[in-house]
Design a protein around this ligand. Structure first.
Ligand code: SF4
Length: 293
């Protein structure tokens, strides 16, 4: 059963999903129509199908939500106002708005993939403050999977219906072939694609791309293009945490800066590699920092 504090956390998460969803729309230009609110087809659609779509929470919240439903961009300040709402009615209105925007985009269709994560090593040169996964080489619990185990895990996933492998790992400075890091990562890709070429490989975060580029003295574009050529189909957007350097200096001071993360993801997009984006939120960051991208 949920206690009040858990319910509050879930509400905060729903709010955040709405805000990030909305900003992602803005960022990726997915929003189909940006017309004045009075004549917006989106708003007319909602008025017709949801006659109670005007929430009567507070004038400020109502106005932001109405503008969101009209297809207009909400501002950073408006996003902060929504994130700071604690009243149950306001939170319910934001959740309803998020659901309506989702419904407008995707209807009732839900899609999914069966995916297995293979974390090939937990040996990592960095020391993020939230990480219970990392080990130094030689520590109790440190591991580094060899090729037969990776193949076995892949085959086991396929037997269970997986169509996708997500592969990431610690930043292991010993993971090299001939003193170079990129060939080691390419070998990991080859191990999976040789065993099961039909699998989609969602692999290696912006942090790993930066690690490879730094160690081998090559550009992000060279790393991403080589991984793509070897068979990586998309890049997991982990290591984003909260893209605010003030937060990152406390959480993960050795990781990429916000600008580097964005540069790597932007490079992937330019090279035609799709990415996701994973936010680690609800810890030390403020609503203002959540809205900063
Ligand atoms: S880089 Fe990844 S594995 Fe390494 S300490 Fe940070 S979160 Fe953990």
């Amino acid at each position: 059963m949920l206690n009040i504090s858990n319910q509050y956390r879930i509400n905060r998460i729903a709010l955040l999903i709405f805000i990030k969803f909305y900003w992602n729309l803005k960022l990726s230009n997915v929003m189909l129509l940006k017309l004045s609110s009075a004549k917006s087809p989106i708003l007319m659609y909602f008025r017709k199908n949801n006659p109670s779509s005007f929430f009567n929470v507070t004038p400020t919240v109502d106005s932001i939500l109405d503008r969101a439903l009209s297809g207009a961009d909400i501002t950073e300040l408006e996003g902060i106002i929504l994130l700071q709402q604690t009243d149950g009615a306001a939170i319910a209105a934001i959740q309803t708005t998020a659901d309506r925007l989702r419904q407008f985009q995707a209807g009732e269709t839900v899609t999914f993939v069966i995916n297995r994560n293979i974390n090939f090593t937990n040996i990592c040169e960095q020391h993020c403050s939230f990480c219970a996964f990392r080990r130094d080489q030689g520590d109790d619990g440190a591991y580094w999977l060899d090729e037969p185990i990776i193949v076995e895990k892949t085959m086991d996933a396929v037997r269970q219906g997986a169509t996708e492998i997500c592969m990431q790992g610690g930043l292991n400075p010993h993971a090299t072939i001939g003193d170079r890091t990129l060939p080691y990562y390419l070998q990991l890709v080859s191990t999976i694609k040789t065993a099961h070429p039909e699998l989609h490989l969602h692999a290696f975060s912006p942090q790993e791309v930066q690690f490879i580029a730094r160690r081998d003295g090559v550009s992000y574009a060279e790393v991403i293009a080589a991984l793509q050529e070897a068979g990586v189909g998309s890049m997991p957007g982990t290591a984003a945490e909260v893209l605010d350097d003030e937060v990152r200096r406390i959480l993960c001071p050795e990781k990429t800066t916000s600008a580097e993360w964005i540069e790597i993801v932007g490079t992937a997009h330019r090279l035609g590699m799709p990415t996701t984006s994973t936010m680690l939120s609800g810890h030390i960051e403020t609503a203002e920092q959540q809205m900063r991208i």
